[in-house]
Design a protein around this ligand. Structure first.
Ligand code: SF4
Length: 220
């Protein structure tokens, strides 16, 4: 029996809108460039070798022989963000760690994707009210897939990968909104947060200034 990830199953590549004569399905594929492009990159997505907290143990288990992410061509976890196109945020995001996370994200080349694995990365989890914890990494970088759980099982992470593949397969070459990394000019970097007594997002500098001025007026 062939699986959806059998690399020799041409039905994965075939565009179902294009009819083929009966009996030809296993040996012929009529397809589009976008479908081939998305099929190839969704089955060779390389994650950054990067873990944050307890969820990282489940991510490591997903890479082991029992769950085996190499079935998706993902076993090549890269030790440098410059060779990776997937950032799995597997654990609690402290304010101190936001700075290197944003820096790693900026160093990854486009196209790139982020998975928030677990309750902590998605929304702060059990530490949401903690003085040192960020309530969701999506406040700083764009997240493509959220995997719920505390911790999510390796199977849940595999399901997250399948959801990511689905998102990739919906992107179209030639549609600028769909694949902005082929637009002219460099991609916009996420401003590096400033860590002082608290974490400051430079994108909110104007709001913070207005609030400080309002507070100063009230004090007068
Ligand atoms: S979601 Fe649960 S298991 Fe994952 S890092 Fe947070 S506390 Fe740990």
């Amino acid at each position: 029996m062939t699986t959806p990830y059998d690399p020799f199953d041409l039905r994965e590549l075939h565009d179902p809108d294009i009819p083929l004569p009966e009996g030809f399905e296993a040996n012929f594929a009529a397809t589009s460039l976008s479908r081939v492009y998305n099929w190839a990159r969704s089955r060779s997505t390389w994650p950054v070798l990067f873990g944050l907290a307890c969820c990282a143990i489940e991510m490591i288990a997903a890479a082991g022989s029992r769950y085996d992410i190499s079935r998706f061509g993902m076993e090549v976890m890269r030790a440098t963000p410059r060779q990776a196109d997937l950032l799995i945020l597997s654990g609690t995001v402290t304010k101190k760690m936001v700075v290197p996370i944003v820096r790693i994200w900026n160093q990854m080349p486009e196209p790139k994707y982020a998975i928030a694995m677990g309750a902590c990365a998605s929304g702060g989890g059990p530490f949401k009210e903690g003085y040192n914890v960020v309530s969701g990494i999506d406040k700083y970088i764009p997240v493509d897939v959220y995997v719920p759980g505390c911790p999510p099982t390796p199977q849940a992470l595999l399901h997250g990968f399948l959801m990511l593949h689905k998102k990739m397969e919906g992107q179209r070459i030639g549609q600028r909104n769909s694949m902005p990394w082929y637009s002219r000019g460099p991609a916009d970097e996420v401003p590096i947060p400033v860590l002082g007594p608290d974490i400051i997002d430079p994108r909110q500098a104007e709001i913070l200034r207005q609030q400080a001025e309002a507070a100063a007026r009230v004090a007068e």
